[in-house]
Design a protein around this ligand. Structure first.
Ligand code: ADP
Ligand code: MG
Length: 700
């Protein structure tokens, strides 16, 4: 890569990061800010004032004219409202100002963001508060201050707030475990995340001709092209120049923002690619992933490309996901999911691992929910391989070890051994081994877990706050036991044994994409929730409300608001898709296919009028087929129209409405598509009103 040479000089140049702070802030201010960052206490007003001044000067030096509180409302994308630094003076001039108050707190109008009824109509204001653990940065000449977004009454209206709360929760509980093991050096436990982002790139001119892509981010029509992904010739294949030049640009912009874009490759489907950064603290990883998605879209346009982040932009080829690599580490640098070298370290590692196993089993429905969006309904448990069933892959060695603990004696990596906590060391576990199970939704990969269900277009805040809180809950139970234990090793042994006995049903090392697993999982009593509407119900189940409220991650009101937003998002999405289907079918497809029928009929008539005994089989059979499909299409359009109307009218009951969209509008849409796609493959391509799958997937 050519641009690599100056990477170290541009990396983080647009970020008010540690190095910049050390350089720009008075020593005392820097020390106080650092204290705030490490201890999680709130920032003193006078410190904020000094930080704001330094930040403004730095930003103006870099050409910034405005600042914004950058936040992540429940839309799943980021929001910003720009304010210029300009402040008028008495003599009719302006000075550039930015106060500590403006840095720390903003007051955007909250009424236009999804709030699930949390915002009382008489109080439209919302607050944004600086999340000083995520550094400010400059994007397009705007100083962006990462913030959390709350209502007037302090209820979270964003994705970030519960994430920050959950990080604090798991910190407290994980530290208790460490202390029980005699750790005296660690002050914080942080969750680390490295999200792998999948996406499609297609040609901008072709995109512009597809109303469905423009309005719904996915194709609502399109017959399978003669070639799909069956040759596996795209995965890790050499990258086309145009795409490579996009990737180079993207990397440069990401590096400037301090985002460590690391790996890139072609994915399985044609026109599909992936980018992975180096992992970081969860909230920074979340901010960075939002920026990655935003920049992917923006920079694609510079190359006359469009980046599609939808989970299933094309039927019949793989969709996109986001692999959320997750681990726990201490502030003094120990990865808690890294197997240790001594029996003591192993014991601690196995406790954390057991906690995760129990948490994933106990709260598997919540994890499933954290991956639910309308796009993922096309993947999980539907037309694509990954089922909606949560299970954990541990790998053979770890599974053997756990079995050995559970049964007293068993074979550990082939040897008969007695796995005794506090005595036995673990055999070395393969990291990133080639036999990695890529079908598992929650796989242990040597020193971290990879949650593979997350939706490609969504924020990773959801999956991570659920994961953090669920694991924190089990860690807290385990800490209760270990803190009281007289013999720690015995207590750990019992705890692991017990956990496995009750939760081993969640462990599955086989092929998650097989039919047999679906049946087996059912036997094991593992939930298989196939769609977003059913999954949403999980949120308001008693034990889940208890979980979030117990640790203060979400209040009951916040949970209900989020539940409503999920249903609302679902209904609105399917409504837009339904209306777009109607519009394209009525104003583009049917007129074209009727024109085609006319063309054939005209040909038939003019041949017949010659009076010659010519064979008109081609015209006659084609005309019959096109006309019959046209009439099916026309009827399917009327049906869809009726179903949309009924669903729209059912607005008093959100759940009923969402079910109507799922059970009546969605299948009716698919029915319209069925006939349209059949027509596409027999209609004169010159008459077909928009680019086909072949165009979209292969003309990049
Ligand atoms: P693969 O495609 O084989 O899963 P990648 O290299 O594409 O592997 O992605 C692995 C991701 O996991 C990277 O983003 C990497 O930074 C991240 N990762 C590695 N170690 C950790 C960790 N301790 N915590 C969180 N994420 C991690
Ligand atoms: Mg992966």
């Amino acid at each position: 890569m050519k641009k690599m040479s100056n990477l170290s000089s541009i990396f983080g140049e647009n970020v008010f990061n540690e190095a910049t702070m050390r350089e720009k802030l008075p020593k005392e201010t820097y020390k106080q800010l650092k204290k705030t960052l490490t201890s999680g206490t709130s920032l003193e007003a006078n410190v904020a004032e000094v930080v704001a001044g330094a930040m403004k000067d730095w930003a103006i030096e870099k050409g910034a004219t405005h600042f914004t509180h950058w936040f992540q409302p429940m839309t799943g994308i980021t929001a910003e409202k720009h304010d210029s630094f300009i402040s008028p003076t008495d003599d009719g001039k302006v000075i550039m100002e930015f106060s500590g108050k403006e840095l720390v707190k903003g007051e955007p109008d909250a009424s236009s963001f999804p709030n699930g009824g949390l915002r009382a109509t008489f109080e439209a204001r919302g607050y944004t508060a600086w999340d000083c653990t995520s550094p400010a940065f400059i994007k397009d000449g705007i100083l962006c201050i990462p913030t959390a977004f709350c209502s007037y009454n302090g209820e979270a209206l964003d994705k970030k707030t519960p994430l920050l709360r959950s990080m604090e929760t798991i910190n407290i509980q994980a530290l208790r475990i460490l202390k029980a093991f005699g750790n005296t050096t660690s002050n914080r436990v942080i969750t680390t995340v490295g999200p792998e982002q999948e996406y499609f790139l297609i040609d901008k001119d072709l995109y512009d001709q597809r109303t469905d892509l423009m309005l719904t981010n996915r194709t609502l029509f399109g017959a399978m092209p003669p070639k799909g992904q069956e040759l596996d010739d795209h995965y890790f294949g050499s990258i086309k120049d145009r795409v490579l030049s996009f990737m180079n640009d993207l990397n440069t912009e990401l590096w400037k923002l301090g985002i460590s874009a690391k790996t890139q490759h072609n994915e399985v489907a044609p026109a599909q690619h992936e980018l992975a950064p180096i992992f970081s603290t969860t909230n920074i990883a979340t901010d960075h992933n939002q920026l990655v998605m935003e920049l992917m879209k923006k920079i694609a346009l510079r190359h006359d490309l469009v980046c599609l982040l939808h989970e299933k932009p094309f039927a019949g080829v793989n969709g996109s996901g986001k692999h959320n690599n997750w681990s726990l580490s201490t502030d003094d640098g120990t990865n808690l999911l890294e197997p240790g070298k001594t029996p003591h370290e192993n014991a601690q590692f196995l406790v954390f691992l057991s906690a995760i196993i129990k948490a994933v089993d106990k709260y598997s429905k919540l994890l499933r929910l954290s991956a639910a969006n309308p796009g993922n309904d096309h993947r999980l448990g539907a037309n694509e391989a990954p089922p909606a069933i949560i299970s954990i892959f541990l790998g053979e060695q770890l599974s053997n070890i756990f079995e050995a603990i559970e049964n007293g004696t068993q074979s550990v990596s082939g040897n008969k051994a007695n796995m005794e906590i506090g005595v036995t060391t673990l055999p070395p576990l393969p990291k990133d081994s080639t036999d990695r199970n890529r079908t598992s939704p929650f796989a242990f990969t040597g020193n971290k877990f990879e949650f593979r269900m997350a939706p490609s277009s969504g924020s990773i805040a959801g999956p991570n706050f659920v994961l953090n809180t669920a694991v924190a809950d089990v860690l807290s139970e385990m800490a209760d036991k270990l803190e009281k234990a007289k013999d720690l090793d015995k207590a750990v042994q019992a705890l692991i044994k017990d956990t496995l006995k009750n939760h081993k049903r969640i462990i599955f090392d086989g092929n998650n994409y097989s039919e047999e697993w679906v049946a087996e999982a059912k036997k094991r009593g593992l939930p298989n929730i196939k769609n977003m509407v059913d999954s949403a119900q999980t949120f308001i189940e008693k034990e889940n409300i208890e979980l979030f409220t117990k640790f203060g991650v979400l209040t009951e009101a916040e949970i209900h608001a989020r539940y409503e937003i999920l249903l609302e998002t679902y209904s609105k999405t399917i409504n837009i898709e339904g209306l777009t289907t109607l519009s394209m079918a009525k104003t583009q497809i049917l007129p074209s296919t009727i024109a085609y029928a006319t063309e054939i009929a005209t040909s038939l008539n003019s041949i017949k009028s010659t009076g010659l005994a010519v064979d008109t089989f081609a015209q006659e059979s084609l005309l019959k087929e096109v006309s019959s499909l046209n009439s099916h299409l026309s009827k399917a359009i009327s049906t869809l129209e009726g179903k949309i109307k009924t669903a729209q009218e059912a607005e008093e009951d959100m759940l009923e409405q969402a079910k109507l969209y799922r059970d009546t509008v969605f299948p009716s849409m698919n029915n319209v598509r069925l006939y349209a796609d059949k027509l596409e493959v027999i209609t004169d391509s010159a008459l077909w009103p928009f680019p086909t799958y072949t165009d979209l997937l292969f003309r990049v």
